[in-house]
Design a protein around this ligand. Structure first.
Ligand SMILES: Cc1cc2nc3c(=O)[nH]c(=O)nc-3n(C[C@H](O)[C@H](O)[C@H](O)COP(=O)(O)O)c2cc1C
Length: 324
């Protein structure tokens, strides 16, 4: 059974949080279009002495979605989610948890570490916690530590991708877990959203296609590269953050590196504190992340148009499969 907050979406899609790329414009557009919008808390970065940006973003998102709901009560906005990177290098975690708790964030997405106190904070303010995992062992740990639902990050996903087939990953988790289960990795069409449900997920978790939207915080060349690239242009490397991730090969070439000959790096080099302060620009601002599904993305459009396409395709796939 899905919690009510995830059961009333226009289509079963949660837009995934993307470092640098997802900010309030994108989240508001995604929620108004009827899917869960999300952003990483670390994207809200103020300079020293400035007002806390995460506070301002959460106020703005709540106010704009409220205004939308009053103006169009028949098409209420979907809820939003905030992503917390639960990694020892994230020096802001405690502060960000306090801010999200104060703003009663309805959906908390945690990645790179499962911690009971984050789940407890989500529950204490009436929210739910979804944890992203790349295998069954991490899935079991996440539920043991109090997460309400799981995001299975399969091979082909943008960002820190998993290595397992979605069929294997969902099958193993569904053997013991009947709570909310999202599937992530190269889902870029409404048909693929339905396929995620067919193999046992409740919802699809979609990231990279939203990079090519007008509201995404990404340079025009990055958006264009998404529309011009396909699965063959995605390379997997641990060089840039210390953890295996998927990147656009043309952006690696543009930075003067050979995508076919990248050295590895180990997980001890991962530092989100430095990344949040802009200290490691190459990892995400010059080397552009993407999943393998982007062959389906042909143009830069407003997020609402992308959601319309997914909704149309999802409905068509359902009726053609049901008719068969
Ligand atoms: C550019 C980029 C940045 C990302 N940053 C984050 C992040 O900060 N936190 C997180 O939990 N996931 C992050 N992800 C992973 C997504 O949450 C999600 O798992 C992935 O986008 C799904 O695969 P798809 O891109 O093929 O749709 C990122 C993905 C991309 C493409």
């Amino acid at each position: 059974m899905l919690p009510p907050i995830l059961a009333q979406l226009r289509i079963p899609v949660v837009a995934s949080p993307m470092f640098i790329v997802s900010g309030p414009e994108l989240v508001i557009a995604q929620c108004k279009a009827g899917i869960v919008g999300s952003f990483p808390a670390l994207n809200a970065r103020e300079n020293p002495g400035e007002p806390v940006l995460l506070d301002a973003w959460l106020t703005r998102i709540a106010e704009e979605l409220d205004r939308h709901n009053q103006a169009d009560p028949d098409h209420p906005a979907a809820p939003f989610a905030v992503n917390q990177i639960v990694h020892r290098s994230n020096a802001r975690l405690e502060r960000d948890i306090e801010i999200c708790h104060r703003h009663k964030v309805p959906i908390w997405i945690t990645s790179l570490g499962a911690r009971p106190e984050v789940n407890a904070a989500a529950h204490d303010c009436g929210g739910i916690a979804l944890h992203d995992v790349i295998n069954d062992t991490f899935a079991r740990k996440a539920i043991d530590k109090g997460a309400d639902g799981l995001i299975a990050v399969a091979a082909g996903a943008g960002g820190h991708a998993g290595a397992q087939s979605p069929f294997a990953l969902i099958q193993e988790i569904r053997e013991w877990f009947d709570g909310p289960l999202l599937l992530s990795g190269a889902i870029a069409t409404g048909r693929a959203v339905l396929a995620a449900q067919a193999i046992g997920a409740d919802l699809a978790y979609v990231g990279s296609p939203f990079i090519a939207t007008t509201e995404a915080n990404a340079p025009p060349a990055y958006k264009r590269m998404i529309t011009e690239s396909g699965a063959e242009d995605i390379v997997t490397s641990s060089l840039f953050t210390g953890v295996s991730g998927n990147y656009l090969a043309p952006s690696i070439r543009a930075a003067g590196l050979d995508p076919a000959n990248l050295d590895g790096a180990d997980a001890t080099t991962m530092d989100f504190d430095k990344a949040a302060r802009g200290g490691k620009p190459k990892a995400w601002s010059q080397i552009w992340g993407s999943g393998q599904g982007i062959g389906a993305v042909k143009a830069v459009t407003p997020a609402a148009e992308l959601v319309d396409r997914l909704a149309r395709e999802y409905a068509a796939a359902r009726s053609s499969l049901c008719a068969g």
